[in-house]
Design a binder for this molecule. Structure first.
Ligand SMILES: [Zn+2]
Length: 395
């Protein structure tokens, strides 16, 4: 539904904002402030976001298809535009002011974005407008040199590129210094006997929404930890909690104290320390006990380190989808989730669950997921892990 409307119309800003507001409300719940900036949430997962598309930009990417259809003039709608809206003029030179519909004006306003990604490849040059199509190093002659060259050339506004070619060579009239300059600057544009073609972003590429989206979105550096968080067998509520931890976005008590929301930041597990993300995962004796037990169920016996080291250690062995890797990823996310859940239970409900019970819940969630994923094999390594996690290996 969203894709249909976004590809058919350029949505007014107020509509895009309202759609984003609904998505934000769904993600964060109620009217509360989000824990992560919306621009960060809208980044792809590999770049540290949730992969939600920024609606305004997504709308522009989909809407660029309309411009593509017009320049290659293939759809019935595009032909209608040429006959009734563009007429004898050129799409690239149409003024944006005038008695246009709102939709058509939005298409015209989007031309500079489209022009950046279109490649006009000269062939026989019997299709491209000499003055207005952006065939000259991505720009039109008119944009680069203005109206004067059209007048000086004596070739008329409707001239095609082929009119400045004689015997396979560029042959611009030398009526002004600008025209001489153009003759020099087009020498590196090859002329061939193939037909003129228009491409999107790279030679040989046609328009695709994916390419358009990739080309107009803002890119950020990739985050290494995305491989640890996102994988096909993930448990959504667990990985959302882990994603917040990776982004250090959980509202831990040290933050709440700094904001003046609470009077004391002491850890709810009664260890006497200040509750911070690094303390909860897994410096606090309570969570250290849980994480240690979970690691031993993964057949890993080692001392527990600082959060960033633990993440790095898990990440070092997070590639691939082999069974032990899958167990480690599920166990890590489940531990973060259940420790955070227990912390919240103690904070808000005044209910206390012993560490053993928290471990049982982690075990239950991971075992159920592993059992459902049907990746169990009858081998020694699987057998040991399955026994640790109480997963029936079957016959
Ligand atoms: Zn503690």
């Amino acid at each position: 539904m969203q894709v249909y409307w976004c590809s058919a119309f350029l949505l007014p800003s107020s509509i895009a904002k309202e759609c984003d507001r609904i998505l934000r409300k769904f993600l964060w719940g109620g009217q509360g402030r989000g824990k992560v900036k919306w621009t960060e949430v809208c980044k792809p997962m590999a770049e540290g976001g949730l992969g939600i598309k920024d609606l305004k930009r997504w709308n522009r990417a989909l809407f660029l298809k309309q411009i593509w259809d017009i320049v290659i003039n293939q759809s019935l709608w595009a032909r209608w535009c040429h006959v009734y809206l563009i007429k004898q003029s050129n799409f690239w030179s149409l003024p944006t002011i005038g008695l246009h519909s709102w939709s058509w004006r939005q298409i015209l306003l989007l031309r500079p974005v489209a022009k950046e990604h279109l490649i006009y490849k000269c062939g026989r040059v019997d299709k491209f407008s000499l003055w207005f199509d952006p065939w000259m190093h991505g720009e039109s002659v008119h944009t680069l040199y203005g109206h004067r060259v059209i007048h000086d050339s004596l070739l008329g506004r409707l001239a095609l590129v082929k009119e400045v070619i004689r015997e396979g060579r560029w042959d611009w009239p030398a009526n002004s210094t600008d025209l001489v300059d153009i003759q020099l600057s087009v020498q590196d544009i090859p002329i061939s006997s193939t037909s003129d073609s228009i491409f999107w972003i790279a030679l040989g590429c046609s328009f695709s929404t994916k390419l358009a989206w990739q080309s107009i979105r803002t890119r950020s550096a990739e985050v290494g930890w995305h491989r640890l968080v996102w994988h096909p067998a993930m448990i959504p509520k667990h990985v959302f909690c882990l994603w917040l931890a990776m982004r250090r976005a959980h509202r831990t008590r040290d933050k709440l104290l700094a904001w003046g929301v609470i009077n004391s930041a002491s850890c709810v597990f009664n260890c006497g320390e200040v509750e911070s993300l690094d303390h909860l995962f897994f410096l606090c004796p309570f969570s250290q006990n849980i994480w240690g037990a979970v690691l031993s169920m993964c057949n890993i016996l080692r001392p527990i380190s600082h959060w960033s080291d633990e993440v790095q250690r898990m990440l070092d062995r997070a590639r691939g989808h082999k069974f032990p890797t899958l167990v480690r990823k599920l166990a890590f996310a489940a531990s973060v989730y259940h420790i955070w859940l227990e912390r919240n239970r103690r904070c808000f409900n005044n209910e206390f669950m012993p560490a053993k019970e928290v471990i049982n819940r982690i075990k239950h969630d991971v075992a159920l997921k592993l059992w459902l994923s049907r990746k169990l094999r009858r081998c020694e390594w699987h057998h040991s892990l399955c026994e640790n996690w109480d997963i029936p290996l079957g016959e």
